[in-house]
Design a protein around this ligand. Sequence first.
Ligand SMILES: [Zn+2]
Length: 469
Amino acid sequence: MKIAKAFRFRLLPTPRQEAHFERMAGASRYVWNFCLRHCHAEWAAFRVALEEAIAAGIELKNKTYKGGYEVPSSERWPEAYTAFETKLEGYRKELASDERPDKLSTPSIAYQYLYKVICKHRDEGEGGWLSEVHSHCANSPAKTVGKAYKSWWTAMAQDRNHGAPKFKSKHRPGAAARKRGWRQDRRPSFTIQANRSFIRKKGIRVPGPRSGEAPGWVNTWPQDPSSDIPLEAKICSITVSQEAGRWYCSVTVGELEIPDPIIAGDVLGIDLGINAIVTLSDGTSIDPPRPLEHALKRLAFLQRRLGRRKDRESKRRRRAQLAVARQHAKVAAIRSDFLHKLSLQLVNRCRTIVVEGFDVSELVQKAVPKTRRGKRKRKRRMQILDLGWGELRRQLLYKGEWYGCDVIVAPPFEATDRSCNRCATINQMPNNTSEYRCSSCGLVTTRQLNTAKLLEGYGLPTGEKDAAQ
Ligand SMILES: [Zn+2]
């Protein structure tokens, strides 16, 4: 099977290389914001036309959209403004024609169009300085803005709760917006098109600031990219990004061949829990690392120190800020490392995996403190988020596909933690015990193991299911 994959390495740039990274990332951010502004203008024009149409009593068969944006000012964004005017005129004509359209032509946000706009801005507008940085900096953000906008529209047409793409800020580089499982990354970053010649032992090549300028080799640590990335893989692009003051690169690889898996075992039911992150139907349970819980004391100390640094411009405040960000990054890294190892181990262990399909964010919502007794609930919410159930399930699903293991997400059925796995009787249980006793067949086990076995039963083919009962 051929798959696409990303390999991530830490970079150790020299101060000069770092300055160069910052410049490339700055240009990328500028282009992102410029393209986004342009998309917003197109969107605003579309909405004005749509509202005029609705006011004039014209019935459109397509869905109406919600949300809207300011019209760009003609002084600051002349190109965007002109495009906005032309577009608006176009929509008006479309609506005024004798044949009533069932659908307005959607605003053009295609990559080619955005790229043309940014090139025009660079060659004729104020963006002349963009010609001093590598052309890929203008290239890739135009593409991603187009993609982000399209996915936002699709979500709105389907009435899904999905935030609009956001502007990137120079002053709040780490800020990322999260809305219903969809994360917008606003870290300083830039992407370059790459191939095999960009990678060698202990180093990654990043092109010079201008096209044609001498490239620089940047050291990676501690891994060796040339031996980690298989030789036959096709290298597509390299994204360099900054996180908590450190630089990383992510090498995107396509057409990577995965060897046929050797899969032992059978069906495995997995119960997701708080004390043991997974309880398997074969009886093993694995404890989670709980990195956030362990870092709380240190985080509190670092946050207090940051709170004392009141001068916003001071270097000491910046240092304290970085220390908090690093601690959070460390927590995330420990969790991610654990989940990746666990999910790989699980999909290589058996033919079929069954996990529970409950909505993690809903569970967390339920644990939101509403009363004064909220402290315990707040802790519970932190504990759940510290585990990363949702991420584990996501990893199981894609890795299962890679390594030939069927991962089934069982619908969250109500009696799942109450019915007995041997005789299917529904027992009433107090919430605070972990022991499971069946009143009809006398089975004594733990609740987690009972649920895991129920899930295993769900994954068995129908014939075997009857035999098992
Ligand atoms: Zn029973």
